[in-house]
Design a protein around this ligand. Sequence first.
Ligand code: BDR
Ligand code: CA
Length: 317
Amino acid sequence: MTPTSTSRRMILDCDPGHDDAIAMLLALAQPVWTVEGISIVAGNTTLDNAVRAAGQVLTVAGQTHVPVRGGMAQPLVRPLRTAPNVHGETGLDGPVLPEPAVAPVDEHSVDWMLRLLGEARDAGETVEVAATGPLTNVAAVLRRDPTLAHAIERLVVMGGAINEGNTTPAAEFNVLVDPEAASIVFDADTEIVMVGLDVTHSAIFPGARFDELRALNTPVGTMAADLLDFFLRFHRQQYGLDGVPIHDACAVAALLRPEILQTRHLRVDVETASTFCDGRTVVDLWGVTGREPNVHVGTSIDVDAFTDLMMESLASY
Ligand code: BDR
Ligand code: CA
C-alpha cells in the first residue's frame, strides 16, 4: 500500500548530535507524518549519551509521547569513533537542557524495527525511514531479515559524498564510523537516497539568521539557536564558515519533500579496507563499472525551500 498524504509513517534513526536534534524537530513538526519512534545509534557520542540527548530534545519540544529506543552501541565490526570535536562530550553541548521527562522504552531499537517493519510488510504497508547517524541499526535489521527492505517505502541516508570527506580527506563521518553497515544498507532492495556532503555543504544556514530562531521566544526556538551557536564554532574554525550545514535536517527534508532534492541513480560502493580511503562512498558517476545503480545520489538541493521549511517547522512549536 502506498501511504496517503495523511497516513505517512516514518522512523528516524539518529545519533544526536546538533543537526540530528534539528532533524528530530523538523520531523516531529510535520502533520503529514506519524513519527513511529526515534531509534538511537552510537555515533556522534555514546549510545547512552545519544539516548539521553534525544529525550532532552523531546522534553523541550513537548513531544515526550514519541518513543525513544536505544539500539547498537558499537559499529558492526569496528570500535566506535565519536565526534566530540564537533558535538562536545555529551553529543549536544551548548544549550542548557532539562532532564528527560520520560525514560526510553525498554526495547532494543533493532528488535523494534524488526517488529514494526515485519508487521508493516505482512500487512502490505510501508514506512519511510530517515537515517542520520552511522547505519549500524538499519544494517542490523536488514542483515537479520533482508525482506524487510520491502516494508521501507524510501530510506534517506545522511552520509557519504561524491567528492569530499569531512573526517578524513576521503570519508564522511557517518559512513566512516560503520562502513560495513553502509555497504549492507546501500545494497538493500528498496529506494535508497543518499544525501551526502556535496548536498549538505551547499545548504549553509547563515549565522545571521540564528537570531530569528531566538526571536521566536519559545523553548524550541531558543534551544535551536543555542544548538546552532555551538555547531557554528566547529564550522567557523574548520571551514571558515559564517553558517552551518544542518546535514541531518537536509535528509529529513528530502524524505518529506523529495522534489527539493535533485538526484542521479548511480552505483555506489563503500570502501571498507583501505589505508587512505576507508569509509569512502565510491560513486560511479560515468557508469564505468557497468554495475546496476543502487542509490539515488543527491547532487543538489533547493536551498531556499529547505531553509523555509526549516524555519516554518521550528516556528510551529
Ligand atoms: C554527519 O556526521 C555527524 O557529525 C552529523 O550529525 C551528521 O549526521 C555529517 O557528516
Ligand atoms: Ca547525525
